[in-house]
Design a protein around this ligand. Sequence first.
Ligand code: ADP
Length: 446
Amino acid sequence: MIKKLLIANRGEIAVRIIRACRELGIKTVAVHSTADADSMHVKIADEAVCIGPAQSKYSYLNIPSILTAAQITGVDAIHPGFGFLSENAEFAELVDEHGFIFVGPTSEHIRVMGDKIKAKDTAVKLGIPVVPGSQGEVKTVKDAKSWSKKIGFPLIIKAASGGGGRGMKVANTPEELEEAFNICQTEALSAFGDGAVYMERYLGRPRHIEIQVFGDGTGNALHFFERDCSIQRRHQKVIEEASGPSIDEKTRTDIGNVCVKAMSKMKYRGAGTIEFLYENGEFFFIEMNTRIQVEHPITEMITGFDLIKEQINVASGDGLSAKQQDIKINGHAIECRINAECPETFMPMPGTVELYHAPGGLGVRVDSHLYAGYSIPPHYDSMIAKLIVHAPTREIAIARMKRALKEYLIIGVKTNIPLHLKLLDEPDFISGDYTIHWLEELMGLK
Ligand code: ADP
């Protein structure tokens, strides 16, 4: 039984977790940096502890500080949210060793899935289809050349420890291979402290389809259908929708079953997302995220399940709250990620929110930590809100999102709301005909 929980995160996801805890009657402890003393999660939690200065390295990534805060406030559990320490196996291990419940999978599963080479290998063993590519790490240019003959061009070189859309290089021709390989290896070492890279076929026109899964840690597993997150810029998601406009009933059931079988076999615990590229009716595994995702609300809207509560229930040892046949799709949901950035150049633009008015009405949800007078600190991610709509059909959801975006007032900082409005009017978006390259092609970036 969890009575008190510490949220090792900030921003809208910390607020989201506090909201779930409050409904469950669980007391909450917020941790924050000095730059976040006025942040919403600090204001609405039952208790708050300052864990260090603005730089994440000394606060939100500072494991001893977070564990000390947990100890002095007497919590039972720690929820890591997403980003920061959420996929840090050592953190999960230490949380466990200090006698707290980690709201997430075992450190062993985090470790395996955090290494993309091991993750791919595990996926193959679990019967999940993967992108054809090198077997394991590619160590030298000579090996890269030899693998390229089997894989063909274009191909992509990826860092085993990469994440957040970084640590990837495409080689379109044999001439580009050596340089791309060397750059990727060097960058991987400097950015992630691990120079291991691997290679796979570069898919030309895929969609990014991900499956939300849950396990109870003893072999029971569920899926909550798919999300289409193809609308990306620099491998970062911009708009997501559920269900996927390109996925039919049979395809949905088949891939869902593949994922459930795999999670059951590995005795996965908690929330996870299995990410695929989907091209010409085929799924290719790219990675598994062992945490809750930014875009989880769209799955909540179409299924009616509270995925944060589900995480907490599983962590408490209460098991999964549903059977697969109880999970059904109701209507359509879309999420627009609202960033404090210049809509033309995408440069982050922190500042003070002078006036704030969030949209409302039927089928509109805003997950955000903003309020009038709030100063967005420059030290963290530029995402300041998630605007989510739910409607009986995709067509109504698009109309609803447009009216909600127009109602949304965030005065004082520049946001990408104008970009979202433009994208929602594009014929390809309206027809659901887009790939992972669509946004960059539309903006002339490719
Ligand atoms: P990250 O962990 O950084 O998010 P992923 O492996 O999930 O990395 O890949 C992120 C994005 O990169 C994908 O959504 C896709 O747009 C692109 N990508 C990755 N692998 C391939 C591939 N083999 N072919 C084409 N695009 C790819």
